[in-house]
Write a new protein. Structure first.
Length: 409
């Protein structure tokens, strides 16, 4: 496929390296596609962490026409934190150093600029001034969630103190304002799920909206037999530093821990979490095993009978479901967490609308090994399309062609 544009600039504060979370995986996928559609791609992102596990010491296979510029978060002033209209998570990126680096990248006259998720909205004003001077530039806003809805859910869930409630309310307002502003101005808004795409269309009426479905690039398990040698163990995989992930996990443990402990069902949490949160889980639910960050998830999933996706808060697409499916782990999930997956409840997955019902299903099915084994096989086969990147690549090329201005040719 011949390149579509000469130079593309990607502002993606969250680095695609290591590819160990949904946000990193998705921006990595988009960068790979842009590399096929561009002569060169410059990515401005945070540097990879110093403590990447050995299994993640990789450049994620990015082609030679992709280069990275390092941007770092700063400690914003009290005035910036208080009076900025940017979401709280975006404020630390709006430093003078990062703005200077962005200005230098814009001087190279990129043909297309992609702002990746809400964290990148700090760059919007600078990018929009550049576009006013260079109207042929295509501006793409790549969303990972329906941010307005997600932060309203977080605001409604925050009950710990009036101070935190007020902070959540202010952030929900900032997110709604910023997301709407950027989504309505961009030439193209991309969404990770059909539900997010439809919500964007209703709320913001973007100039152009496009679904870019996820592609699974991580290692997969070709064959697996679930039998009595696999421990009576369930797992939840994720990066538990993000507030919605913590809320979902805490709700799941509150609902199911006692029943699981009575029935001798082990619970394993696989993924990064802050030490204070890990200590809280240990105090409240001492039988839960927290692995922390791991070099790879395959060996941990191989020792489990069920993978749980307990997402009662949040939108977007749940990458952890694909991790379970392609590691041949039966998926038990809240129904909304399986958006856009071609799974059939009772055949290739178990899904329920509330956590209580989901926990009861886990207890009822964990010893039905023939059922679980057939489920993981059906799910793996049903989701084979998520291993092929041609459809989203063609969709991105088509939407960029449609957004090109006549005077940019």
């Amino acid at each position: 496929m011949a390149p579509f544009v000469g130079r593309t600039l990607v502002v993606a504060p969250q680095s695609p390296i290591p590819p160990n979370s949904g946000g990193r995986l998705y921006v990595g996928q988009i960068i790979h596609m842009l590399a096929e559609l561009s002569d060169e791609v410059l990515v401005l992102s945070e540097p990879p962490p110093d403590d990447i596990p050995d299994g993640d010491q990789t450049d994620a296979g990015f082609p030679s026409n992709v280069s990275f510029g390092v941007q770092v978060r700063s400690l914003p002033s009290f005035a910036a934190r208080t009076f900025s209209l940017l979401p709280y998570a975006a404020v630390p990126w709006a430093s003078e150093d990062n703005q200077r680096q962005l200005a230098a990248a814009l001087e190279q006259r990129p043909d297309a600029i992609l702002l990746d998720q809400l964290l990148s909205t700090w760059a919007f004003d600078q990018v929009w001034r550049h576009k006013a001077r260079n109207p042929g530039t295509i501006v793409v806003y790549a969303t990972h969630n329906m941010e307005r809805d997600l932060h309203l859910q977080l605001f409604l869930a925050e009950r710990r103190s009036p101070k935190l409630w007020l902070k959540a309310a202010m952030d929900a307002f900032r997110v709604a304002y910023t997301h709407r502003r950027v989504a309505r101005a961009a030439d193209v808004v991309t969404s990770i799920s059909t539900s997010d795409r439809d919500r964007h269309a209703v709320l913001y009426r973007p100039r152009c909206s496009q679904l870019l479905r996820p592609v699974y690039r991580n290692p997969l398990v070709e064959r697996r037999k679930l039998d009595e040698r696999v421990p009576r163990r369930i797992c939840v995989v994720g990066t538990f530093d993000w507030p919605p992930k913590r809320l979902n996990l805490l709700a799941f443990l509150r609902e199911g821990y006692a029943a699981f402990e009575r029935r001798g069902i082990e619970i394993r949490l696989i993924g990064q979490m802050e030490p204070s949160f890990r200590a809280e889980i240990g105090r409240r639910w001492p039988q839960v095993v927290c692995t922390g960050t791991v070099p790879e998830v395959q060996s941990h999933m191989a020792g489990c009978r069920i993978g749980v996706v307990p997402e009662i808060v949040g939108s977007g697409f749940k990458w952890k479901a694909l991790d379970c499916i392609f590691n041949r782990l039966p998926v038990f999930a809240i129904s909304r967490a399986l958006v856009d997956l071609p799974l059939v409840p009772g055949e290739s997955c178990e899904s329920d609308d509330d956590l209580a019902a989901l926990c009861r299903a886990i207890v009822a099915k964990i010893d039905d090994l023939d059922y679980l084994d057939a489920m993981q096989n059906r799910a793996f086969n049903a989701c084979a399309d998520f291993l092929d990147d041609q459809e989203p690549l063609n969709a991105l090329r088509e939407v960029l062609e449609g957004a090109r201005r006549p005077d940019s040719v």
